[in-house]
Write a protein that binds this ligand. Sequence first.
Ligand code: HEC
Ligand SMILES: [Cu+2]
Length: 491
Amino acid sequence: MEKVREKVNLRVFYPFILFLIFGLEGCGSEASEKTYRPESVTTNSQMKLFGEEEAILTAPPLVPPPVGNRPAKKLYMEMEIIEKEAEMADGVTYMYWTFGGSVPGSFIRTRVGDLVEFKIKNHPDNKLPHNIDLHAVTGQGGGAEASFVAPGQEKTFSFKVINPGLYVYHCATAPVGMHVANGMYGLILVEPAGGLPPVDKEFYVMQGDFYTEGKYGQTGLQPFSMQKAIDENPDYVVFNGSVNGLSGDNAITAKVGESIRIFFGNGGPNLASSFHVIGEIFDKVYVEGGSQTNTNVQTTLVPAGGSAILEFVADVPSNLVLVDHSIFRAFNKGALGILAVSGEENPAVFAGEIMEGIYQPEGSVIQTMPQSEMELTAPKDLSQEEQIAAGKKLYMQACFACHQTDGQGVPNAFPPLADADYLNADPERAIDVLLNGLSGEITVNGKNYNSIMPAQQLTNEEVANVLTYVYHSWGNIGTVISPEMVKSRRK
Ligand code: HEC
Ligand SMILES: [Cu+2]
């Protein structure tokens, strides 16, 4: 009797048991659907390969050709680690550790589903072991353990790229911070199926912060400073590995009307970048190098070990200035690059009448400082000391922002006035520079400048004072300029 009742009771409970089994399982699958996974990522990990090829790797600012419509393939690539001394700034060298001989390292371009066979070689002349951690890799350490190589050794490992996006790679050998600080980082792009939409020009730019024993600009081979790196107090913040990495001879160029895409990465090791292009607005930003896009962006924040893809069309001719808008880094630590856009003026978009002084170091029009209630008064008789004192005061108001406190100038942007051959060769010409401004290429102390000095709205007396001060400072020749001399140069 008892047993029968139990059976009956169980029958009554069956539906509940079934609910417990299937109902809870149902809840479980609902929960996993809430964990968002782009459906493609699962597909990409199983994607079939169609053929194989040698990958093309490039040094900055170049990028390899787009993947376009090609199917997923097996891609072979090789990277050689090279430790080498190279120029950090004029007269300053640094012992860089590099992936492929450049900072940042060679650009890698793939598409989702590719199976990469990666060979890493550590040159026998190198002093240290290295490896590579690619943020595009799903797997232990991003490949770090599998790729650890001593000098004179090589290793091969392979990985499938399954998430589209722009990823940083870097060395992850202890002390990791030091390997990254010495330049061991680069970018790997994983394009979606079908590729990114085509554009006219693509560039590869990476920011990095550097820590040297000497201050910014101190000449000679500068050793790495571990203490400054720990304090996160860099002497150099630069694009593409050095102060001149993306300006002067290394400036990038485009034509009016071209669509431009910049693959921008931040190697760090410490600083985040407030990346901005003076004179342009990003039409589109692939935020953090991922799939989400934002439009009409002025400044995009790129963390250390992160990236962004930036797109815009160059509508007018100008020198676009790439900066970290943490702006002292741009004007005092080197984070300044030039994208020179040439072509027809487009007054409908920009008429060139209103410009801001210091932000246009290489603009196309001589600017005029705002005119104060300026009077060309008859000169008062000042002693030479009074003239120099008045000139110094004026210098600190009108000149130092560009030519710097000690007249040392800013490499590639503002020429020096200290011990300056151009200045000392011709005082009348110096007066003309202040009265009329100056543009076009000049050579000062062996370095070329091709920029704009705004015409100064100064009285004859003020020009005389400030130049007399400059000529009596920083190793210059001590010429005295009188207001009469200035007056005779006015047209
Ligand atoms: C907005 C930035 C800016 C300001 C402010 C400025 N200059 Fe210049 N200056 C320049 C640039 C840029 C050049 C180089 C122009 C070129 O490349 O053709 C230059 C060139 C010169 C030169 C000739 C080159 C040399 O090194 O001898 C002199 C002299 C000079 N400036 C003096 C002055 C004095 C004095 C003041 C202040 C009254 C001043 N400048 C204010 C940007 C500036
Ligand atoms: Cu390393």
